[in-house]
Design a binder for this molecule. Sequence first.
Ligand code: ARG
Length: 578
Amino acid sequence: MASFFGRAIAAKLARTLHQSEDLFIPALSAVPVFKKQQTADLRLSISILRTNGALPASGDIQMQTEHLANQLKRDSLVQDIATGSAVINFTINRKLLAQKILEPLGTGHHGKIELHNELFNSLKKGTTLVEYSSPNIAKKFHAGHLRSTIIGNFIANLKESLGNKVIRMNYLGDWGMQFGLLGAGFSQFGSKEQLKENPLQHLFEVYVKVNKEAEHNEETMLAARDFYRQLEQNESRAVSLWQQFRDITVSEYQHVYKRLGVHFDVYSGESFHQERVQEVVRQLQNRGLLKTTEKGTGIVDLSVGDRSNVCTVLRSDGTSLYITRDIAAAIDREEKYHFDEMIYVTDKSQTHHFQQLFQILQVMGHSWADRCHHVPFGLVKGMKTRTGEVVFLEDILDEARARMLTNMSHSKMTKEMDDPEDTAQKVGISALIVQDFKGPLQGDYKFDWDKMLQAQGDTGVFLQYTHARLCSLIRMNDDIDAATFDASLLSEQSGVSVLQHLLRYDEVLYQSAQDLQPKHLLNFLLKLCHLTASAHRDLPVKGSPQQIAQARKRLFSGTCSVLANGMRILGIIPVDKM
Ligand code: ARG
């Protein structure tokens, strides 16, 4: 949003210093807003200009700052120029500020925003493959999978909004010994009816039972090994049972993901790369990278100096491991999708796994390995529902909806709602997401239903509440046409603060795109909500003279647009009423 002003000021500087405009764009940023405090709008960093060669890097920086500020003249756009510590602050003409921010946002309020800022030009555009969620069939869907799901969805949304082509991939844990156990266990504990009725639950139950059984029953273990061997050898009876488990699981998951507002372009999985694994092993052999240990396992030695780093890629019986399938999968994806970058989202306990994966790809001669990234996140402690430990994603969503519904039943607006359950679900999910995105992703946090569902304070409920309030204001004033408006009527401080804050939106997205952390965007939106609350109080639309009402409505619909746009990127579906 700062792009118009950034370009204009960069042009002014370029003329004054006889340098290229491009040098100044990265040195300009919107000034952070402090409540009830007047601030300038844009800030020029002199130290950036010293590093990028626009200004000489030697000499007293403050003198340089003052000198440059003195050379610059005010004009119809810049109404004030002031210096700070190694910065020059610009205050934009108030009318132009409102006009150039609100005009591009239009009169809609549902968050369709075109982003074009020079900042984004420096970001790589192209195809991004994001792999996230990736639960394991028949096993628990734990908090780590929920985090991966919402973080991956955010990254995919962000990349998409910045103009990348995004492939959203779910890489299911659909192979390995657990299927031996499941296959063997199903004839003993399974029921076709229950599998139809409640597939995820039933598969999980069978899996738990057969695991217990295998602990003391040698025969069960043998049967499991035999079933897994049949699978690896592609025997049709085993494969067809496995296929059934997989299909049912995928369709169940699709259903739950939909509630969460998440979708995937591809449901891939470890099983897809069985055949490729042999090829990978041959390639490792040909390059002299595969060593066989005394125990008969196959390893790749990645040690450097006395730092030992050994990776096992084959079991002694010749079957593949998690990492072997990941190597095959990565190569396959590169061939299929020609991605410009690939992002894996898992908890931080897998950091070493991904380091080894990227190293092996690199030594195999795949230089694109340096375009693969792992986004690690911390642990969630204490994710429980009223009935106990969470086993299925659905349980968390049900609980979030139920709790939110209870909270909402105390509010009188709920009674006017068409579908309170749906609203409760969306708001409940926002609460989960906001709790998760507030801090740095690498951090651990404690799951807390009561805290995340508070209506006041920095929660998802507060975001939704602000959005719904803006929508209601727009609805209640639908007799006011804000297609044209007089931008000079928005000069009160609380309105200006909102505008100044909106100026930062592009920068914040840029920042999130750099380090893939949602906290920048989230904190921006929360602050926008606080500033909006003040503006809402100070700047009534109803009852104000026509032209003032028009301008204010335009301010609120523009704010609503940015809020909705930002929420959607975070993976939150904004509600219009609550
Ligand atoms: N299914 C794995 C788990 O639950 C996560 C998969 C992560 N992705 C990968 N390509 N290894 O731990």
